[in-house]
Design a protein around this ligand. Structure first.
Ligand SMILES: Nc1nc2c(ncn2[C@@H]2O[C@H](COP(=O)(O)OP(=O)(O)OP(=O)(O)O)[C@@H](O)[C@H]2O)c(=O)[nH]1
Length: 314
């Protein structure tokens, strides 16, 4: 272990490390490059956030990895590929925007498939972004060593990658070094996700996203743009059901009134439909409690959420 790594390991023991780092890492690559396998291998567990409507967010958070004092938020940018219709093209633009908002992007390339047209197209998109991009040549277990360097060189000629890694997401080869470098590269700042929320983060985010989806469907005024949803509490009940408390934050009293509706009719309907959808997805009974609040310091919060892609840039 290098001195640096030893220091970081020590920093995680006991109290929270003094100088934390946190950043967003967009994982991009052609279909089948091994992005999901890589994310799961980096996270060490299967943390896949099922998003029924990926186009409502610019990012989909796939995993939150803690390495020493760093929190690495791995996101993917849904819908980068195969734009068929105009709407899809708009989504693609947003997806690229997502890659640009991240602190850095990992381009995952299947080393066996090599430089395909799809890879070229993605590199084009990334080049315009101007964000640092690291190359991750994956599936090295399937390729003879001597083929790897020429491929890395060829790709680096198209876009000079800040760093190049050769890994196998399947065997774990090379992943420690990648994680160490990611941890070092994260900007200094507070962790976005407190440690005690991490275990059920996927479910919490799913619940918030489904409630937000219902707000979008059921209000036509300016409310959706200004509303964000957070899952405050997730508690398992003995009978196998789950109680979920979500807070909907709005910017102004007028928006609160619209959301609540006449005698609470609208918020009830939002809650009812969101609950049905959650029950279907989770396969269990759900007690969903919605709370609408105005939030001070709104702009700061919005900036944070927008950075995460949890809110439309409105
Ligand atoms: N041998 C080998 N197979 C791998 C490796 N990484 C991924 N795979 C396999 O490659 C296939 C595609 O992997 P995924 O992780 O689903 O790829 P993806 O990029 O997320 O694919 P999309 O969801 O289609 O974008 C799967 O069958 C994986 O098991 C690797 O390092 N070595």
């Amino acid at each position: 272990m290098s001195g640096d790594a030893a220091e970081r390991a020590e920093a995680t023991e006991g109290a929270r490390p003094a100088r934390t780092r946190c950043g967003l890492v967009a994982v991009v690559g052609a279909p089948n490059a091994g992005k999901s396998t890589l994310v799961n291998a980096l996270a060490g567990t299967k943390v896949t956030i099922v998003s029924p409507k990926p186009q409502t967010t610019r990012f989909r958070i796939r995993a939150v990895v803690i390495r020493g004092a760093s929190q690495i938020v791995l996101v993917d940018t849904p819908g980068i590929f195969r734009p068929r219709r105009r709407l899809d093209r708009a989504m693609v633009a947003a997806a690229w925007g997502g890659a640009q908002d991240a602190d850095l992007a990992l381009l995952v390339v299947d080393a066996r498939a090599g430089l395909t047209d799809e890879v070229r197209a993605i590199i084009e998109g990334l080049r315009k972004g101007g964000r640092p991009v690291w190359l991750v040549l994956n599936k090295t277990d399937l390729v003879e060593r001597p083929r790897l360097l020429p491929l890395a060189k060829e790709l680096n000629e198209l876009l000079p990658f800040a760093e190049t890694f050769m890994v196998s997401a399947a065997t774990g080869d090379g992943l420690d070094r990648l994680l160490d470098r990611l941890a070092e590269a994260m900007p200094e700042g507070p962790w976005l996700f407190p440690e005690d929320e991490l275990s059920d983060l996927p479910e919490r985010m799913l619940a918030a996203e489904i409630v937000r989806e219902q707000i979008l469907r059921q209000t036509h005024e300016e409310v959706p743009h200004y509303a964000t949803v957070e899952t405050e509490q997730w508690s398992e009940r003995e009978d196998g059901s789950v109680r979920i408390d979500c807070t909907i934050y709005v910017a102004r009293p007028g928006q609160k009134a619209i959301l609540i509706g006449d005698k609470g009719a609208r918020i009830k309907e939002i809650g009812r439909r969101a609950r049905l959808e959650l029950e279907a997805l989770l396969g269990r009974r759900v007690h969903l409690f919605l709370n609408v609040k105005e939030r001070a310091h709104w702009d700061e919060e919005r900036a944070r959420l927008r950075a995460l892609g949890l809110e439309d840039p409105g």
